[in-house]
Each structure stands twice: as C-alpha cells, then as structure tokens.
Write a protein that binds this ligand. Structure first.
Ligand code: NAI
Length: 403
C-alpha cells in the first residue's frame, strides 16, 4: 500500500516504516557521534563514564522513553528491555510508530552485540510485571536502571479491574486560552471545561506514581534490583501561561503524585544504595504532548526562541544530557530544592521565558501565528511518525509489515 499521513485532532493515525527507521537511525547516529568525541561541552563523551549496563524502560517505544533506551544502549552499551503499548501492522494497516521504532531499535542494538527485548504489553497489568521479571531473571540477572516513561489515556487497575481515564483539564474554573492545531497555522481560542473531582482522581491513578511504585516493589520482591539501582520518571512544570491546563490542572496533580512517589521509592531503594528521581524535562513534540490544549502554541513559540539562541534540543539530546551530566557524571547528583533533576533548565531560563511571553502576547485569534515555529513543530511531529524525510519515496507502494 501507499502509506500516507493521516492526522485527526493532533493524533497521527498512520506511521511510515521506512521513515521510522530513519528517525531511530538518526538518533542513534547522534548518540554514537557524541559517545567518544563530543566537542560540545553540554554533551560530554559518554565513553569514559560508568553508565548502567542493564536497563528496563517502561514506555520505551517513542518520545522520552525511546530516547532513554537509545542513550542507554548506544552511549552506555546497555542491554535493554522495553515495554510499550503499540499496534502491530497488518497487510492493510500500518503499525503505530512505536512498534516500528522498537523493531528498528532491536535490529540496530543486536547488530552492536547488545541484548534488546521489546515487549508489547500493558505495563499496568500484573501479568506484564511477572513476564518482565522472568525475562530479567533469565537474561540480565538484575537491572541497574528503570526508566518509567509511560503516557497513557487509561489504566486498568490490576487488583480491582476498574478502568481509570486520564484527562487534560483545568481544576476549579474553565480555562480559555489561545491555541493552535497541527493542521492549520491559524490561532484559535479554546475553552476547556474544568474537571470534576473524579476526573482529578482518575488522572492521578493513571499518570501518577502508583504503578511506578508497584513495579519497583515487585522487582525488589523478586530480588531483581542490582545494588545501586536507580529509577527515574519524567515530569513537566513549564511556564505560568500553561499552568491552568498543565501544572495546576489534572495532569499537574498526577505529576505531584509522581514526584511524591519518587521520594517513597528513594527510601525503598536506599537499603541497596539505590536512588529514585523525577526528572523535569523540556516541552517537546511527542504523541502525548501534541494533544494537550494550548501546549502546541507554546511549543511553536518556544521552539523558535530556542532555535534562534542555539538552545533547541530533542528528546535524545535531553536524555543524553541527563545521563552524562546529571545521573552518571561521577559527581554528586544535582537536584532542585524539591529533589528533582532539571533538564528543563534551558527552557526555563528567564530570557527564554520572557521572550516567549512577549511573543505570546502578539498572537491574535483568527490570524496566523506570528514569530513562532509551527513549521518546526509540525516537521518534528511528522518525523516521529516517519513522514517528511528527504530521500524517502512516499509514493512507493510498500508492505506495512516490513521494517
Ligand atoms: P509518548 O506518547 O511519546 O510515550 C509514551 C510511552 O508510553 C510509549 O512508549 C507508549 O507505548 C507507552 N505506553 C502507553 N500506555 C502504555 C501501557 N498501558 N503499557 C505499556 N506502555 C504504554 O510520550 P512522552 O511525551 O515521551 O511522555 C513520556 C513521559 O515524559 C510522560 O510522563 C510525560 O508526562 C513526560 N514528559 C513529557 C514531556 C513532553 O513535552 N513530551 C515534557 C516533560 C515530561
């Protein structure tokens, strides 16, 4: 079939296998180039550092989780297991990008002599935890690092069987703000109704730290955590203009829970010399972030400002910096006053935020976005689904089951 891109309400319904291969290959090439001979101070060579060798990534097929897997394997030489929830391809339907990415990753990693296992399963279920623990036992013995990078619209509680759904809503008052979609550069005004208490609680159930704790408790019980084992999950804070829908909204409550969970996990791991952290990352285009109201407009302005100052990074650059300059730099791990790791430091710089805010105030409902890089946001969105790469013949008839 000829694979075309279909986007509905900022959700891509298709993915291109050859383009997904290219996207993963480019990230791997960037990491390998920095591993031994990085000339950039912000991204020191990883080869001399003591990076973890057996890594479990929950949500390792796309976005920050995929980048964590790529950095672990290609900067640190780690064997990896990824768990993700992805659709496989059929003769007439493409897989989701994460399915293709995982297959490409396994291919590239095994060619380097690394073990790579990609499991497609519901990370929230007890069966998956058991399956992963068995695999760790057989193949790795134990793990040194667990990255928890799930972004999901729902979670089925493994004990009660109840399905919880996450929502992206403000709390208290409805929130009206400017926004932009990926399909048009016209700025619109969107009002998001506020969440009720059940929606707040459900979002915390899905995107908070409960399941992260269950994973660590279970792996500890099975004696699969190596001495000094670390675990990291990802959070976001962002600027005041997105607070109502993000940090002070339903997802913000879930992130508060995630951050509190890191403290509990830090205690759980301390007996074996381990640590647990939340890392606050930069706003970047991923499947998860593209559907948050207001955020695509903010990202378009942020991208432009950061690119003008030579500070723009993708997920892989962010995670490379996290591993090499914060988590495994060999020095004491630097945290903020709340104990969090900060790789949103460049995004949150006062000069960057002041400029984004100035540009935010230039936007007018019903007219095209000004002084923003919606094209760049859109191009990244296309590429994470395998579209928009030079040299790929998108008119060619291909079997969606190839990778
Ligand atoms: P993403 O949508 O690219 O990745 C989500 C991952 O979760 C995928 O691998 C997906 O397969 C997996 N997943 C979803 N449901 C699952 C299930 N039931 N079982 C197994 N795997 C499942 O999202 P992104 O943006 O990389 O988000 C990852 C984390 O990073 C989230 O906690 C997010 O809040 C955080 N973050 C994202 C930022 C952004 O701007 N994209 C900024 C800061 C933090």
């Amino acid at each position: 079939m000829v694979i075309t891109q279909k986007i509905l309400r900022n959700v891509s319904l298709s993915a291109h296998p050859i383009g997904c291969r290219r996207a993963v290959e480019e990230q791997v090439a960037w990491v390998k180039a920095h591993k031994t001979a990085s000339a950039e101070e912000a991204y020191p060579p990883s080869a001399a550092l003591d990076l973890p060798k057996r890594v479990l990534i929950l949500g390792g097929s796309t976005g920050y989780g995929l980048s964590s897997r790529i950095v672990a394997a290609f900067a640190g030489g780690a064997d990896t297991i990824s768990v993700s929830f992805e659709r496989e391809p059929s003769e007439t339907k493409t897989a989701t990008a994460g399915w293709y990415n995982s297959k490409v990753f396994d291919d590239l990693a095994t060619k380097e002599g690394l073990k790579a296992f990609s499991l497609f399963a519901d990370a929230f279920s007890n069966q998956t935890k058991q399956m992963v623990a068995d695999l760790i036992e057989q193949e790795f013995g134990s793990v040194d690092l667990i990255i928890y990078s799930l972004a999901s619209p729902l979670r089925i509680d493994p004990e009660s069987g109840v399905t919880y759904r996450s929502t992206l809503k403000p709390i208290g008052e409805p929130f009206t703000a400017l926004s932009v979609g990926l399909e048009s550069d016209i700025v619109t005004s969107a009002t998001i109704e506020s969440a009720d208490q059940d929606q707040v609680e459900e979002t915390v159930k899905v995107m908070g730290g409960e399941d992260w704790i269950l994973w660590l408790q279970y792996l500890k019980e099975r004696k699969l955590l190596a001495s000094g084992c670390m675990t990291v999950s990802y959070s976001y804070i962002g600027p005041a203009l997105t607070y109502p829908v993000y940090r002070e909204g339903t997802i913000g409550k879930a992130k508060e829970h995630l951050e509190a969970s890191a403290k509990r996990l830090d205690e759980l791991l301390a007996t074996a010399g381990g640590r647990a952290f939340v890392s606050v990352n930069k706003a970047l285009v991923t499947r998860a972030s593209a559907v948050i109201p207001v955020v695509p407009l903010y990202m378009a302005l942020l991208y432009q400002v950061m690119k003008e100052r030579g500070l723009h990074e993708g997920c892989t650059e962010q995670i490379y910096r996290l591993f090499t300059t914060i988590l495994y730099s060999g020095s004491q791990i630097p945290t903020d006053s709340e104990g969090r790791l900060r790789i949103d430091d460049w995004e949150m710089r006062a000069d960057i935020q002041a400029e984004v805010e100035r540009r935010w105030n230039l936007q007018v409902e019903g007219t095209a976005i000004v002084e923003g890089d919606l094209g760049g946001v859109r191009a990244e969105y296309d590429q994470i689904h395998g579209f928009g790469f030079d040299g790929i013949d998108y008119a060619k008839d291909i079997d969606p089951r190839i990778v």
